[in-house]
Write a protein that binds this ligand. Structure first.
Ligand code: AQP
Length: 336
Protein backbone atom coordinates (compact mmCIF):
# COMPACT_ATOMS: atom_id res chain seq x y z
CA UNK A 1 0.00 0.00 0.00
CA UNK A 2 1.38 3.45 -0.89
CA UNK A 3 1.63 5.79 2.05
CA UNK A 4 -0.64 8.77 2.56
CA UNK A 5 0.56 12.25 1.69
CA UNK A 6 -1.10 15.07 3.58
CA UNK A 7 -0.74 18.61 2.23
CA UNK A 8 -2.27 21.92 3.29
CA UNK A 9 -1.44 25.59 3.69
CA UNK A 10 -2.55 28.98 4.96
CA UNK A 11 -2.32 32.27 3.08
CA UNK A 12 0.30 34.66 4.44
CA UNK A 13 -2.22 37.47 4.69
CA UNK A 14 -1.96 38.44 8.34
CA UNK A 15 -2.44 37.06 11.79
CA UNK A 16 -4.06 33.67 12.02
CA UNK A 17 -7.44 33.68 13.70
CA UNK A 18 -9.52 31.27 15.69
CA UNK A 19 -11.23 30.03 12.50
CA UNK A 20 -7.90 29.07 10.93
CA UNK A 21 -6.91 27.38 14.18
CA UNK A 22 -10.12 25.41 14.81
CA UNK A 23 -10.91 24.68 11.15
CA UNK A 24 -7.42 23.79 9.96
CA UNK A 25 -4.44 23.81 12.33
CA UNK A 26 -5.97 21.85 15.20
CA UNK A 27 -6.94 19.14 12.74
CA UNK A 28 -3.42 19.04 11.27
CA UNK A 29 -1.89 18.61 14.71
CA UNK A 30 -4.22 15.69 15.50
CA UNK A 31 -3.57 14.05 12.15
CA UNK A 32 0.19 14.28 12.59
CA UNK A 33 -0.07 12.82 16.11
CA UNK A 34 -2.20 9.89 15.02
CA UNK A 35 -0.41 8.96 11.82
CA UNK A 36 3.14 7.69 11.88
CA UNK A 37 3.63 6.59 8.34
CA UNK A 38 2.44 9.54 6.24
CA UNK A 39 4.34 12.31 4.46
CA UNK A 40 3.20 15.67 5.85
CA UNK A 41 3.80 18.92 3.98
CA UNK A 42 2.35 22.14 5.39
CA UNK A 43 3.25 25.34 3.61
CA UNK A 44 2.72 29.05 4.00
CA UNK A 45 0.88 30.20 0.91
CA UNK A 46 2.78 33.39 0.20
CA UNK A 47 2.16 33.15 -3.57
CA UNK A 48 -1.56 33.15 -2.83
CA UNK A 49 -1.12 36.11 -0.48
CA UNK A 50 -0.18 38.44 -3.33
CA UNK A 51 -3.49 37.87 -5.16
CA UNK A 52 -5.20 40.41 -2.87
CA UNK A 53 -3.78 43.77 -1.68
CA UNK A 54 -0.80 43.25 0.64
CA UNK A 55 2.23 45.06 2.05
CA UNK A 56 5.47 43.87 0.42
CA UNK A 57 7.55 44.81 3.46
CA UNK A 58 5.36 42.59 5.69
CA UNK A 59 5.16 39.48 3.52
CA UNK A 60 8.33 37.71 4.71
CA UNK A 61 7.53 38.30 8.37
CA UNK A 62 3.95 37.16 7.80
CA UNK A 63 5.36 33.93 6.43
CA UNK A 64 7.55 33.51 9.51
CA UNK A 65 4.67 34.39 11.83
CA UNK A 66 2.43 31.74 10.29
CA UNK A 67 5.23 29.20 10.51
CA UNK A 68 5.57 30.12 14.19
CA UNK A 69 1.80 29.62 14.58
CA UNK A 70 2.05 26.14 13.05
CA UNK A 71 4.79 25.14 15.46
CA UNK A 72 3.19 26.84 18.47
CA UNK A 73 -0.10 25.02 17.74
CA UNK A 74 1.74 21.74 18.16
CA UNK A 75 2.92 20.73 14.68
CA UNK A 76 5.77 18.27 15.18
CA UNK A 77 8.61 19.55 13.00
CA UNK A 78 10.34 16.17 13.17
CA UNK A 79 7.44 14.64 11.24
CA UNK A 80 6.35 17.54 9.05
CA UNK A 81 8.01 19.62 6.32
CA UNK A 82 7.12 23.29 6.76
CA UNK A 83 8.01 25.61 3.91
CA UNK A 84 7.16 28.78 2.04
CA UNK A 85 5.28 28.08 -1.18
CA UNK A 86 7.49 30.58 -3.04
CA UNK A 87 10.60 28.57 -2.11
CA UNK A 88 9.40 25.68 -4.28
CA UNK A 89 9.14 27.03 -7.84
CA UNK A 90 7.66 23.73 -9.03
CA UNK A 91 4.27 24.95 -7.68
CA UNK A 92 3.95 27.70 -10.27
CA UNK A 93 5.41 25.57 -13.04
CA UNK A 94 2.80 22.85 -12.49
CA UNK A 95 0.11 25.51 -12.24
CA UNK A 96 0.99 26.62 -15.77
CA UNK A 97 0.77 23.06 -17.05
CA UNK A 98 -2.65 22.73 -15.39
CA UNK A 99 -4.00 25.90 -16.96
CA UNK A 100 -4.14 24.01 -20.25
CA UNK A 101 -6.52 21.34 -18.88
CA UNK A 102 -8.74 23.73 -16.89
CA UNK A 103 -11.74 25.15 -18.75
CA UNK A 104 -12.68 28.73 -17.87
CA UNK A 105 -16.18 27.52 -17.01
CA UNK A 106 -14.80 25.65 -14.00
CA UNK A 107 -13.12 28.79 -12.66
CA UNK A 108 -16.25 30.86 -13.26
CA UNK A 109 -18.08 28.69 -10.72
CA UNK A 110 -15.67 29.48 -7.86
CA UNK A 111 -17.56 31.30 -5.12
CA UNK A 112 -14.42 32.50 -3.32
CA UNK A 113 -13.35 34.46 -6.40
CA UNK A 114 -16.78 36.08 -6.57
CA UNK A 115 -16.64 36.98 -2.86
CA UNK A 116 -13.09 38.29 -2.93
CA UNK A 117 -13.38 40.12 -6.26
CA UNK A 118 -16.58 41.83 -5.12
CA UNK A 119 -18.58 44.04 -7.44
CA UNK A 120 -15.58 45.37 -9.39
CA UNK A 121 -14.74 42.00 -10.89
CA UNK A 122 -12.87 43.46 -13.86
CA UNK A 123 -10.38 45.03 -11.46
CA UNK A 124 -9.55 41.70 -9.79
CA UNK A 125 -6.20 40.26 -10.82
CA UNK A 126 -5.63 37.26 -13.04
CA UNK A 127 -3.80 35.80 -10.03
CA UNK A 128 -6.96 35.87 -7.92
CA UNK A 129 -8.96 34.28 -10.74
CA UNK A 130 -6.45 31.48 -11.31
CA UNK A 131 -5.86 30.94 -7.57
CA UNK A 132 -7.69 27.57 -7.55
CA UNK A 133 -5.42 26.26 -10.33
CA UNK A 134 -2.35 27.10 -8.24
CA UNK A 135 -4.10 25.45 -5.32
CA UNK A 136 -4.54 22.29 -7.41
CA UNK A 137 -0.82 22.40 -8.21
CA UNK A 138 -0.03 22.96 -4.51
CA UNK A 139 -1.46 19.58 -3.58
CA UNK A 140 -1.04 17.50 -6.74
CA UNK A 141 2.66 18.39 -6.94
CA UNK A 142 3.09 16.03 -3.99
CA UNK A 143 0.43 13.57 -5.17
CA UNK A 144 -1.47 14.45 -2.01
CA UNK A 145 -4.01 11.88 -0.88
CA UNK A 146 -5.53 14.02 1.92
CA UNK A 147 -6.04 17.77 2.25
CA UNK A 148 -7.26 18.94 5.68
CA UNK A 149 -9.06 22.28 5.28
CA UNK A 150 -11.95 24.37 6.59
CA UNK A 151 -15.30 24.14 4.84
CA UNK A 152 -14.71 27.27 2.73
CA UNK A 153 -12.00 25.44 0.78
CA UNK A 154 -14.16 22.44 -0.14
CA UNK A 155 -15.02 23.78 -3.58
CA UNK A 156 -11.34 24.39 -4.39
CA UNK A 157 -10.37 20.85 -3.39
CA UNK A 158 -13.17 19.52 -5.58
CA UNK A 159 -11.70 21.53 -8.43
CA UNK A 160 -8.27 20.02 -7.71
CA UNK A 161 -9.87 16.60 -8.12
CA UNK A 162 -11.41 17.66 -11.41
CA UNK A 163 -8.08 19.01 -12.66
CA UNK A 164 -6.32 15.78 -11.64
CA UNK A 165 -9.00 13.81 -13.47
CA UNK A 166 -8.76 16.01 -16.56
CA UNK A 167 -4.97 15.62 -16.68
CA UNK A 168 -5.16 11.85 -16.21
CA UNK A 169 -7.79 11.58 -18.92
CA UNK A 170 -5.98 13.88 -21.38
CA UNK A 171 -2.66 12.05 -21.01
CA UNK A 172 -4.16 8.58 -20.58
CA UNK A 173 -2.41 7.78 -17.31
CA UNK A 174 -3.59 7.21 -13.77
CA UNK A 175 -0.93 9.70 -12.72
CA UNK A 176 -2.42 12.06 -10.12
CA UNK A 177 -4.48 10.67 -7.23
CA UNK A 178 -7.78 12.44 -6.53
CA UNK A 179 -7.08 14.16 -3.19
CA UNK A 180 -9.66 13.76 -0.41
CA UNK A 181 -10.72 16.93 1.40
CA UNK A 182 -10.73 16.37 5.17
CA UNK A 183 -13.26 18.65 6.78
CA UNK A 184 -14.21 18.54 10.43
CA UNK A 185 -17.86 17.92 11.36
CA UNK A 186 -17.76 20.75 13.89
CA UNK A 187 -15.56 23.85 13.80
CA UNK A 188 -15.07 23.68 10.04
CA UNK A 189 -16.72 27.08 9.65
CA UNK A 190 -16.20 29.56 12.45
CA UNK A 191 -18.21 32.71 11.90
CA UNK A 192 -17.52 36.39 12.52
CA UNK A 193 -18.10 37.56 16.11
CA UNK A 194 -20.13 40.44 14.70
CA UNK A 195 -22.26 38.61 12.14
CA UNK A 196 -23.07 34.93 12.48
CA UNK A 197 -23.73 34.62 8.76
CA UNK A 198 -20.22 35.78 7.70
CA UNK A 199 -17.11 33.62 7.92
CA UNK A 200 -14.44 34.72 10.41
CA UNK A 201 -11.72 36.04 8.11
CA UNK A 202 -8.25 37.61 8.29
CA UNK A 203 -9.17 40.21 5.74
CA UNK A 204 -12.44 41.41 7.32
CA UNK A 205 -12.12 45.15 7.94
CA UNK A 206 -12.94 45.08 11.66
CA UNK A 207 -10.58 43.36 14.05
CA UNK A 208 -13.51 42.87 16.44
CA UNK A 209 -14.92 40.20 14.09
CA UNK A 210 -12.15 37.74 14.90
CA UNK A 211 -9.88 36.45 17.64
CA UNK A 212 -6.29 36.48 16.44
CA UNK A 213 -3.72 34.02 17.71
CA UNK A 214 -1.65 37.10 18.60
CA UNK A 215 -4.36 38.67 20.82
CA UNK A 216 -3.58 39.00 24.53
CA UNK A 217 -5.95 37.84 27.26
CA UNK A 218 -7.63 41.23 27.73
CA UNK A 219 -8.27 41.61 24.02
CA UNK A 220 -9.76 38.11 23.78
CA UNK A 221 -12.04 38.81 26.77
CA UNK A 222 -13.16 42.14 25.28
CA UNK A 223 -13.90 40.68 21.88
CA UNK A 224 -15.97 37.84 23.35
CA UNK A 225 -17.80 40.22 25.67
CA UNK A 226 -18.68 42.43 22.70
CA UNK A 227 -19.58 39.53 20.39
CA UNK A 228 -23.04 39.99 18.96
CA UNK A 229 -25.82 37.87 20.46
CA UNK A 230 -29.59 38.16 20.62
CA UNK A 231 -31.68 39.06 23.68
CA UNK A 232 -32.72 35.44 24.38
CA UNK A 233 -30.81 33.22 26.85
CA UNK A 234 -28.32 30.60 25.59
CA UNK A 235 -30.17 27.99 23.47
CA UNK A 236 -30.91 24.60 25.01
CA UNK A 237 -31.75 22.63 21.89
CA UNK A 238 -30.37 22.16 18.39
CA UNK A 239 -33.58 23.50 16.91
CA UNK A 240 -33.32 26.71 18.89
CA UNK A 241 -29.57 27.01 18.16
CA UNK A 242 -29.93 26.51 14.40
CA UNK A 243 -32.20 29.55 14.08
CA UNK A 244 -29.74 31.82 15.92
CA UNK A 245 -26.44 32.10 14.01
CA UNK A 246 -24.49 34.18 16.55
CA UNK A 247 -25.48 31.92 19.44
CA UNK A 248 -24.67 28.86 17.36
CA UNK A 249 -21.23 30.25 16.55
CA UNK A 250 -20.32 30.86 20.19
CA UNK A 251 -21.53 27.38 21.16
CA UNK A 252 -19.50 25.88 18.30
CA UNK A 253 -16.38 27.79 19.38
CA UNK A 254 -16.81 26.60 22.97
CA UNK A 255 -17.35 22.99 21.93
CA UNK A 256 -14.33 22.98 19.55
CA UNK A 257 -12.01 24.58 22.09
CA UNK A 258 -13.15 22.34 24.95
CA UNK A 259 -13.37 19.28 22.66
CA UNK A 260 -16.85 18.42 23.90
CA UNK A 261 -20.10 18.10 21.97
CA UNK A 262 -22.41 21.04 21.39
CA UNK A 263 -25.14 19.09 23.25
CA UNK A 264 -23.03 19.06 26.37
CA UNK A 265 -22.32 22.81 26.06
CA UNK A 266 -26.06 23.43 25.77
CA UNK A 267 -26.91 21.16 28.67
CA UNK A 268 -24.45 23.15 30.84
CA UNK A 269 -25.29 26.68 29.70
CA UNK A 270 -28.70 26.40 27.98
CA UNK A 271 -31.23 28.82 29.53
CA UNK A 272 -28.48 30.89 31.21
CA UNK A 273 -27.69 34.49 30.37
CA UNK A 274 -25.12 35.15 27.65
CA UNK A 275 -23.04 37.24 30.03
CA UNK A 276 -22.30 34.13 32.09
CA UNK A 277 -21.63 31.95 29.05
CA UNK A 278 -19.40 34.58 27.47
CA UNK A 279 -17.36 34.80 30.68
CA UNK A 280 -16.79 31.04 30.63
CA UNK A 281 -15.98 31.12 26.90
CA UNK A 282 -13.45 33.92 27.39
CA UNK A 283 -11.73 31.96 30.18
CA UNK A 284 -11.60 28.87 28.00
CA UNK A 285 -10.27 30.74 24.95
CA UNK A 286 -7.56 32.42 27.04
CA UNK A 287 -6.59 29.09 28.61
CA UNK A 288 -6.29 27.38 25.20
CA UNK A 289 -4.82 30.21 23.11
CA UNK A 290 -2.56 31.83 25.72
CA UNK A 291 0.18 29.17 25.52
CA UNK A 292 0.08 29.28 21.69
CA UNK A 293 0.53 33.07 21.65
CA UNK A 294 3.38 32.86 24.17
CA UNK A 295 5.15 30.18 22.14
CA UNK A 296 4.67 32.18 18.91
CA UNK A 297 6.27 35.22 20.50
CA UNK A 298 9.17 33.11 21.72
CA UNK A 299 9.69 31.62 18.25
CA UNK A 300 9.44 35.00 16.51
CA UNK A 301 12.29 36.26 18.69
CA UNK A 302 14.62 33.94 16.77
CA UNK A 303 13.82 34.45 13.09
CA UNK A 304 16.98 32.65 11.99
CA UNK A 305 15.66 29.48 13.59
CA UNK A 306 12.35 29.80 11.74
CA UNK A 307 14.21 30.41 8.47
CA UNK A 308 16.27 27.26 9.07
CA UNK A 309 13.07 25.22 9.57
CA UNK A 310 11.59 26.69 6.36
CA UNK A 311 14.76 25.98 4.38
CA UNK A 312 14.88 22.38 5.54
CA UNK A 313 11.19 21.94 4.70
CA UNK A 314 11.62 23.46 1.25
CA UNK A 315 14.53 21.12 0.49
CA UNK A 316 12.36 18.08 1.36
CA UNK A 317 9.41 19.49 -0.61
CA UNK A 318 11.58 19.96 -3.71
CA UNK A 319 12.87 16.38 -3.42
CA UNK A 320 9.30 15.18 -3.88
CA UNK A 321 8.11 17.90 -6.24
CA UNK A 322 10.97 17.70 -8.76
CA UNK A 323 10.29 14.15 -10.04
CA UNK A 324 6.50 14.69 -10.11
CA UNK A 325 6.95 17.81 -12.24
CA UNK A 326 9.42 16.02 -14.53
CA UNK A 327 7.03 13.07 -14.99
CA UNK A 328 4.14 15.47 -15.69
CA UNK A 329 6.20 17.20 -18.38
CA UNK A 330 7.25 13.89 -19.89
CA UNK A 331 3.62 12.74 -20.10
CA UNK A 332 2.75 16.02 -21.78
CA UNK A 333 5.42 15.43 -24.40
CA UNK A 334 7.99 18.06 -23.46
CA UNK A 335 11.58 17.77 -24.58
CA UNK A 336 13.90 16.71 -21.78
N1 AQP B 1 -13.74 30.95 9.54
C1 AQP B 1 -13.12 29.80 9.35
N2 AQP B 1 -13.56 28.68 9.97
C2 AQP B 1 -12.93 27.50 9.79
N3 AQP B 1 -11.85 27.34 8.99
C3 AQP B 1 -11.37 28.42 8.35
N4 AQP B 1 -10.34 28.63 7.51
C4 AQP B 1 -10.30 29.93 7.15
N5 AQP B 1 -11.28 30.62 7.74
C5 AQP B 1 -11.98 29.71 8.50
C6 AQP B 1 -9.42 27.58 7.08
O1 AQP B 1 -8.10 28.00 7.40
C7 AQP B 1 -7.21 27.49 6.38
C8 AQP B 1 -6.37 28.62 5.87
O2 AQP B 1 -7.18 29.56 5.18
P1 AQP B 1 -6.50 30.76 4.44
O3 AQP B 1 -6.10 31.78 5.42
O4 AQP B 1 -5.44 30.26 3.56
O5 AQP B 1 -7.58 31.33 3.50
P2 AQP B 1 -9.08 31.65 3.75
O6 AQP B 1 -9.83 30.39 3.79
O7 AQP B 1 -9.47 32.63 2.69
O8 AQP B 1 -9.08 32.31 5.21
P3 AQP B 1 -9.30 33.81 5.61
O9 AQP B 1 -9.06 33.97 7.04
O10 AQP B 1 -10.63 34.26 5.10
O11 AQP B 1 -8.12 34.54 4.88
P4 AQP B 1 -8.14 35.72 3.89
O12 AQP B 1 -8.88 36.82 4.56
O13 AQP B 1 -6.72 36.00 3.67
O14 AQP B 1 -8.83 35.22 2.68
C9 AQP B 1 -8.06 26.85 5.31
O15 AQP B 1 -8.06 25.45 5.50
C10 AQP B 1 -9.42 27.43 5.57
O16 AQP B 1 -10.44 26.56 5.13
Amino acid sequence: MTKNTVVSGVRATGDLHLGNYLGALKQWVQFVKNENDAEFLFFVADLHAITTPYEANELADNTRQITAAYIASGIDIEKVSLFAQSAVPEHTYLQWLFTSVTPLGWLNRMTQFKEKAGKKRDNASLGLYSYPVLQAADVLLYKATHVPVGEDQKQHIELSREIAGAFNHRYQQDFFPLPEPMILKEGARIMSLRDGTEKMSKSAASDMTRINLTDDADTIAQKIKKARTDPEPVPSSFEDMEARPEAKNLITIYSSLAEVSRESVMSKYGGKQFSEFKGALADLAIEKLGPITAKMNELMADKAQIDAILNKGAARAREIAGPVLEDSKRLMGFWS
